[in-house]
Design a protein around this ligand. Structure first.
Ligand SMILES: Cc1cc2nc3c(=O)[nH]c(=O)nc-3n(C[C@H](O)[C@H](O)[C@H](O)COP(=O)(O)O)c2cc1C
Length: 198
């Protein structure tokens, strides 16, 4: 997190189709507590929006800009993600990967490369990503590879500082998940970092 900044813009994306499930609960708890620290928090439930994936139209490359030509509810989110200081993405594991809703957002960030065709170095650096994964198997490391895979791409967009919160063994509705010691501890660690930003 960049020192010398007291207030951050935080964008929170719940990628679960369930508005009251595990991913949403953790994302909303973290978002509320970030707001309590004085940060400006904007939250979206991707499952409630009209969104689609990348159409591979290559308009962004042809026009040499970083704006996705597809206009839908992701347009505003892509605009906010371009400059947010802190990005929180929260997703259930579906068949060993992120949800389709979150994947739509991730694939559409391809447009950021359109400015030069090869890099997204024009985006601000030194930003923070919090990646929240919830899944059914009760194995705490089983899906760490999902975080590793996607954080590599988010780093290209300036999210140099990437953190993972995991909720394993969360098959069914888990509204109490944020009280579970392993999850609560990780949320606490993230909040310590965001509180220490000055
Ligand atoms: C389509 C589908 C695919 C799933 N695939 C997996 C999987 O590959 N591994 C796993 O551990 N859990 C899997 N699950 C279980 C979910 O990851 C788990 O219930 C998760 O905690 C739901 O999060 P939510 O409450 O935020 O929606 C799957 C569930 C669904 C509906």
């Amino acid at each position: 997190m960049t020192p010398g900044r007291s207030m951050m813009k935080a964008l929170v994306l719940n990628g679960s189709p369930r508005m009251d499930g595990t991913s949403a609960s953790i994302a909303k708890d973290l978002g509320a507590r970030l707001a309590g620290q004085g940060h400006v928090v904007t939250t979206f439930d991707l499952g409630c929006l009209r969104i689609g994936g990348c159409r591979e139209c290559f308009s962004c490359r042809r026009d040499m800009n970083d704006e996705c030509a597809t206009r839908d509810d992701l347009s505003e989110i892509l605009e906010l993600a371009r400059s947010t200081d802190l990005l929180v993405v929260s997703t259930p594991v579906f068949y060993g990967d992120v949800s389709a809703q979150l994947k739509c957002f991730i694939d559409r960030t391809w447009s950021y490369f359109g400015r030069t065709g090869v890099s997204a170095d024009h985006l601000p650096r030194g930003r923070t990503l919090v990646f929240i994964l919830s899944y059914g198997y009760n194995d705490p490391v089983m899906y760490d590879g999902i975080f590793e895979k996607y954080s590599r791409y988010f780093r290209m967009f300036g999210f140099d500082d990437c953190h993972l919160i995991k909720a394993c063994g969360a098959q069914y509705k888990s509204p109490e998940i944020t009280n579970r010691s392993d999850v609560a501890e990780r949320i606490g660690q993230i909040l310590e970092m965001t509180a220490s930003v000055r």
